[in-house]
Design a protein around this ligand. Structure first.
Ligand SMILES: *[C@@H]1O[C@H](CO)[C@@H](O)[C@H](O)[C@H]1NC(C)=O
Ligand SMILES: *[C@@H]1O[C@H](CO)[C@@H](O)[C@H](O)[C@H]1NC(C)=O
Ligand SMILES: *[C@@H]1O[C@H](CO)[C@@H](O)[C@H](O)[C@H]1NC(C)=O
Ligand SMILES: *[C@@H]1O[C@H](CO)[C@@H](O)[C@H](O)[C@H]1NC(C)=O
Ligand SMILES: *[C@@H]1O[C@H](CO)[C@@H](O)[C@H](O)[C@H]1NC(C)=O
Ligand SMILES: *[C@@H]1O[C@H](CO)[C@@H](O)[C@H](O)[C@H]1NC(C)=O
Ligand SMILES: *[C@@H]1O[C@H](CO)[C@@H](O)[C@H](O)[C@H]1NC(C)=O
Ligand SMILES: *[C@@H]1O[C@H](CO)[C@@H](O)[C@H](O)[C@H]1NC(C)=O
Ligand SMILES: *[C@@H]1O[C@H](CO)[C@@H](O)[C@H](O)[C@H]1NC(C)=O
Length: 807
């Protein structure tokens, strides 16, 4: 079955390559025989396919694997007809190479080859956030304040590199960082990344570009062949996870407050494998992850995702996900962006249960800005910009009233993109009203152009109004203006302004802009962002749903201020700036990586699964009034703009940084549990056996089910009859505690849990048995949860997502 499927995969490769039969592509090849981490650091009982001299050390074994890769290639193809890019030995046994479709097919026929994949590539998908998450008074205090939070923990950032000159990564001279003891990574040196770029904060920096170079997509005159960040994204994510505390955010001379990483005393190791404009290749990313794990990072933050679900029998059996499984086995906590493909059903781009997949929330920070009219009326607006000078009123001019004769015939001259269309003497010294048109959204117009036009015309400031094309309120991306400016985002505000302007006699309309660089914090709970990718998790390329909850946790990912590379080009609005405010699940991910560093510092013994459990079971799902958190276009009805969020939108819920440090109970799991889980996937046992060296139990025996994996959630994609789902909790609290269970049943499903009350000693475990019975089946997902409430105040919230089918 598997072979059959994989052959299909190869056929697909042949098909899509057939028009260029001689063209080579980046391919990843996985071989039998386990990689180093599977062989050397624990006691797996049953293994197959290991033909090894027993005296091999890990280094000798790795060298042996490399020699098998080279021998396989050399004995199959004549030299010069292929190009090996990397050998992988630590987390997966395999290699990547530049091959034709025919060569890939030939390799796949070899007995020792388990998988061949064409590289489908990957893409990159805070001043306010620390206090929003309750860090300064909560989680940081528990770790001795911002001055200690996360110290000694190394977060690996796999991204577009880093700008090492950024103040977020400077060594602290007042309180020098210690050297993290376990970390063994290195720091590359290049002209733009000179000796001394690394310090005890930025402890390592390397880059991986063999696949990008071989494919002709890496261009050293366009990006740097070094860890230096030519994009901005990597500097942003690194500073969000672990940037220094209290770095002032200054953009265009305006101060927007102070930024800090989530774990401001943690250390950063950079693995650049994504490039300006081209994204990245899985082949480079796998090499980077192998290196990060060998270097002994504690956490890996991946603000990246594949360009689509990998084809295959199971979404988890691709070389990227298998590499992350081995990283988990090596004790590294892997955090990955859920993806920005929301709000559609099954748009999730992070699949496997051993990865913590992060959804993004929108939070309620605004930058209010006010326009005061000459008649003393005020119009509320937004815009990160300074006000007009002093308290003086300034004459106002509507763009269409200042156009040269020829300009007025152009359809969109009022958007002030082209200063040559204006009569300078009509505009200079005044505040000009320009239109925001739909072309801003489609990319034909830019804020940079309107700014330079306003400067060129020597206007004092600019009011941007929405045109009548937009109804109600407009979500204009908040970008800073280096000129006095305000955006009036409502048609109502626009009308007030234009009525005043049109009613005033010639040249008597005046205004003043108050300016705004100060955030206003509302009291609304976070909402799932529209763009955040949604579950359920696809299990295969037919998009059959898996019994695994995705995403797993939600963190802020909308309008996040963080560091920016001084040469970053990812966002045109922030070129040349040291900070940028951008959005995405990419921004949510390093929030979780940083919080994980705080948890790890407090509870160094936790496994990656236990750490993920601490994040998920303590997350909140209701606001301060007990009302459910909302999602923009919730997954169970994406047609509504705002509705109750479901676990397919936010996993366990919105992260509560304070509560994660003391979860009381954790749902733990280890490598062998993941392998058992993989063995439950129909037709997967050969691949599991060949890739991991572990033999699956006889599939016909009354075997384990995928839902048996001890996750802090229960997900059943197709419930047709009574199911008993086991769970085990482990107490990591210091004292014994008595827990009571409460249940909220999903619609149409009956749930019983045994026991309903238990007392658990520190360091011990308790089994729970959850009986799930379908009552009414409508084939639609329904959601509930159970809650374990402890006598000492610990609470573990476990979401339940069920699709009940009539059998
Ligand atoms: C994988 O394992 C099965 C069963 O042990 C074996 O028959 C097969 O040859 C192995 N290799 C591949 C590539 O599946
Ligand atoms: C590399 O980038 C430079 C600068 O953007 C460009 O001029 C050049 O054409 C590019 N070369 C290739 C081979 O793409
Ligand atoms: C606006 O308010 C100022 C100060 O309160 C006052 O001096 C001025 O006369 C008012 N102007 C109008 C048009 O009401
Ligand atoms: C505005 O742009 C024109 C055309 O590029 C240029 O000649 C003029 O000097 C500019 N004026 C100012 C004030 O920058
Ligand atoms: C107002 O300005 C227009 C155009 O500049 C001009 O034609 C008109 O005569 C002016 N009216 C007054 C009352 O100044
Ligand atoms: C976060 O956790 C803390 C500590 O358990 C709790 O006091 C607080 O209410 C939680 N916050 C939310 C929003 O649930
Ligand atoms: C659900 O399971 C039943 C029984 O195994 C099967 O007949 C049915 O096709 C499945 N439905 C889906 C949507 O997978
Ligand atoms: C809990 O167990 C771990 C390992 O089994 C041990 O190192 C630790 O001391 C125990 N802690 C307590 C409080 O018993
Ligand atoms: C979607 O799920 C939420 C949360 O469980 C629930 O309140 C809502 O009624 C559901 N909507 C639909 C259309 O099923």
């Amino acid at each position: 079955m598997l072979r059959c499927f994989s052959l299909l995969l190869i056929c697909a490769l042949v098909l899509c390559w057939s028009c260029h039969a001689s063209q080579q592509h980046v391919c990843l090849v996985m071989l039998t025989n386990p990689p180093v981490v599977h062989l050397f650091d624990n006691s797996l009982s049953e293994r197959t396919h290991i033909y090894l001299p027993s005296q091999f050390s890990p280094i000798e074994y790795a060298a042996y694997l490399v020699s098998t890769h080279d021998t396989l290639l050399a004995s199959t193809f004549s030299s010069g007809t292929y190009k090996k890019l990397y050998s992988y030995t630590h987390l997966v046994n395999g290699f990547s190479a530049f091959l034709t479709a025919q060569q890939a097919d030939i390799l796949y026929q070899k007995e020792e080859v388990v998988l061949v994949e064409r590289d489908t590539k990957l893409s990159i998908q805070t001043t306010y956030t620390p206090s929003y998450l309750g860090l300064p008074g909560g989680a940081w205090q528990e770790e001795g304040g911002a001055i200690n939070a996360g110290e000694g923990i190394v977060i690996g950032i796999l991204d577009t590199g880093i700008d090492p000159t950024h103040p977020s990564f400077s060594a602290n001279t007042l309180k020098p960082y210690p050297k993290p003891d376990r970390f063994q990574g290195s720091c590359e040196v290049a002209p733009e990344f000179p000796e001394g770029s690394c310090n005890k904060k930025l402890v390592g920096a390397q880059h991986f570009a063999k696949a990008a170079i071989a494919s002709g997509e890496f261009n050293a005159t366009f990006d740097f062949a070094s860890p230096f960040d030519g994009d901005g994204h990597g500097t942003h994510t690194a500073s969000t996870a672990a940037g220094n505390n209290g770095v002032e955010v200054i953009v265009d001379g305006l101060s927007f407050g102070f930024a800090s990483g989530m774990a401001p005393r943690a250390h950063i190791a950079v693995y650049k494998a994504l490039y300006r404009g081209v994204g990245g290749f899985i082949a480079d990313v796998v090499a980077a992850i192998e290196q990060a794990v060998k270097d002994k990072v504690d956490i890996l933050s991946l603000s990246i995702g594949p360009n689509g679900p990998p084809p295959g029998i199971a979404t988890y059996f691709n070389i990227f996900d298998m590499t992350m499984l081995s990283a988990n086995k090596a004790g590294v906590f892997v955090v990955q962006a859920a993806g920005n493909a929301g709000p559609s059903h099954q748009s999730i781009l992070s699949f496997s249960p051993w990865i913590c997949s992060v959804a993004a929330s929108v939070h309620d920070r605004t930058y209010p800005n006010t326009l005061i009219l000459g008649n003393n009326k005020t119009v509320e607006g937004i815009g990160l910009a300074s006000g007009t000078p002093g308290n003086n009123m300034h004459n106002l001019i509507l763009a269409s009233d200042a156009l040269k004769g020829d300009g007025s015939t152009l359809p969109d001259a009022n958007d002030c993109q082209d200063p040559s269309l204006f009569k300078v003497d009509m505009v200079q010294g005044k505040v000009i009203i320009c239109s925001y048109t739909i072309d801003y959204i489609f990319g034909g117009e830019s804020v940079n152009k309107v700014v330079s036009a306003v400067q060129n015309l020597s206007a004092v400031g600019m009011v941007m109004v929405v045109t009548a094309d937009f109804e109600g309120e407009l979500t204009i991306p908040l970008i800073p203006f280096p000129i006095p400016a305000i955006i009036i985002p409502t048609t109502e505000g626009t009308k007030t302004l234009l009525d005043y302007y049109n009613g005033a006699s010639n040249d008597t309309a005046t205004v003043r802009i108050t300016g705004s660089a100060k955030a206003k914090f509302g009291h609304e709970a976070p909402k799932v962002a529209k763009f955040s990718s949604r579950g359920p998790d696809p299990q295969n390329d037919d998009f059959r749903a898996a019994d695994v909850l995705k995403p797993n946790i939600m963190a802020p990912g909308h309008m996040i201020w963080a560091g920016w590379s001084s040469v970053g080009i990812d966002s045109s609005a922030y070129q040349g700036q040291k900070f940028a405010m951008i959005s995405g699940t990419s921004m949510a991910t390093p929030h979780i990586a940083g919080i994980a560093a705080l948890i790890m510092k407090k509870n160094p013994q936790l496994s990656p699964a236990a750490l993920a459990s601490a994040l998920a079971t303590t997350a909140f799902t209701v606001d301060e009034h007990g009302e459910p958190l909302l999602a923009q276009n919730p997954s169970n009805d994406t047609s509504i703009e705002l509705g109750p969020a479901t676990p397919f939108d936010f996993g366990g819920g919105a992260v509560n940084a304070t509560a994660t440090l003391d979860p009381g109970l954790v749902f733990d799991a280890g490598y062998e549990d993941y392998v058992k889980f993989l063995c439950t996937i129909p037709g997967a046992s050969n691949v599991v056996q060949n890739a991991t060296g572990v033999t699956c139990a006889d599939p016909s025996s009354p075997s384990v089910a995928a839902t048996d994996l001890n996750l802090p959630s229960i997900t059943i994609a197709n419930l047709t009859s009574l199911r008993i789902v086991p769970r085990v909790v482990t107490s990591i609290a210091v004292a014994p505690e008595t827990y009571k269970v409460t249940i909220v049943e999903p619609r149409g499903v009956l749930i019983a849990i045994k026991p309903m009350e238990f007392t658990i000693a520190s360091n011990s475990t308790q089994e729970l048995s959850v009986t799930i019975t379908p009552a009414e089946s409508d084939g639609k997902p329904s959601f509930g949860h159970f809650l374990l409430s402890g006598s000492n105040g610990h609470r573990a919230h476990v979401p339940i997502s069920i699709v009940a089918q009539s059998s």
